[in-house]
Write a protein that binds this ligand. Structure first.
Ligand code: SF4
Length: 319
């Protein structure tokens, strides 16, 4: 049985121990697909409310949002403080529970390059200054990175582990339009390749089960993402949560979630096609609370992983 090359394997080999991701959520960050710059309402599956939790932590920042052209950021100190508080709390839990020794700070919620350059620089440098932090992982959209930010990250990456995570989702423009993504596939390819040209590590998020996509289309997305040079991949099934546009489509029957068997089938082939050096960060996703509307097989992660390994066994792979 061949063990699939995981991101965990990659980090362990490089740093000699398990490296823990510390997920951070900074108030004042938003997304151009929510603030009206490219669209309003966000991607049809995105529960925008779920990102507003952090604003409760720093009350003064309620209603304050940055974008690429913000002239000033009066709340930078508060954001830096918030970053420290979150890092300290989460890394302490990971140390206490698992004996964690090294960390990657993961700028996770919203679009984490969508702010003036000085703000990004201050936050990234602060994160890298924390003890035992080996690098950063920055989740973003391909239409929200600038050449200046990429050049700067490329410089940082000479000594630190720097990853940019791009939401690819699909390479089909009709699908991207249908999910209100706000950018097209050419934009994705352009900016992923710009990041790769600078030697940055790129992770791509792919979603299987998007509206009107066939198995062939899902596999074509995986193939093109591999061809664009991604170094790591996250595979997700599309699931429906309450208070989203997708929930309305699901309620009126215009969206039918992917069946578990179909997901396993696509995932197995996507993994078989994957170049060996591309590490895998995630093979599924889900949520185990009342916000999940469908599909129900996305609720329990352990069962999902068992089913995935069962499906992979037939082709000699193990996750
Ligand atoms: S790009 Fe991300 S944060 Fe923005 S609307 Fe889509 S899923 Fe939500």
């Amino acid at each position: 049985m061949e063990q699939i090359y995981t991101y965990g394997n990659y980090l362990r080999k490089k740093y000699g121990c398990k490296v823990y991701k510390v997920g951070i959520n900074i108030s004042g960050f938003t997304c151009p697909n929510i603030d009206g710059t490219v669209a309003k309402g966000g991607c049809t599956f995105c529960e925008n409310d779920s990102f507003s939790a952090s604003t409760n932590q720093v009350q003064e920042l309620k209603g304050f949002y940055l974008n690429l052209h913000s002239k000033e950021n009066p709340y930078l100190e508060k954001q830096l403080q918030q970053l420290s508080i979150q890092f300290d709390a989460i890394s302490k839990r990971q140390k206490d529970a698992y004996g964690a020794k090294k960390f990657i700070v993961y700028f996770q919620s919203f679009t984490n390059t969508y702010a003036p350059f000085d703000t990004l620089k201050a936050l990234y440098e602060k994160a890298l200054s924390f003890p035992d932090v080996v690098g950063l992982s920055i989740g973003t959209r391909s239409d929200s990175v600038t050449e200046e930010t990429l050049d700067y990250l490329a410089k940082l990456s000479r000594d630190k582990e720097i990853w940019i995570e791009f939401g690819i989702q699909s390479v089909y423009d009709a699908t991207l339009k249908k999910i209100n993504r706000g950018h097209d596939s050419a934009n994705l390819k352009e900016w992923i390749q710009k990041a790769k040209k600078r030697g940055l590590n790129v992770c791509g998020h792919l979603i299987f089960g998007l509206p009107n996509e066939s198995k062939e289309m899902m596999l074509e997305t995986a193939k093109q993402a591999y061809d664009w040079g991604i170094d790591s991949v996250k595979y997700h099934p599309l699931y429906v949560v309450k208070r989203t546009a997708l929930a309305n489509d699901f309620a009126n029957g215009t969206f039918v979630p992917i069946a578990q068997e179909e997901y396993l089938d696509v995932l197995r082939e996507a993994l078989q096609m994957k170049p060996k050096h591309v590490s895998v960060q995630r093979v599924t996703a889900g949520i185990d609370d009342a916000s999940l509307l469908a599909p129900h097989w996305c609720r329990d992660k352990n069962t999902q992983i068992r089913n995935i390994n069962h499906a992979l066994k037939g082709v000699g792979l193990k996750y």
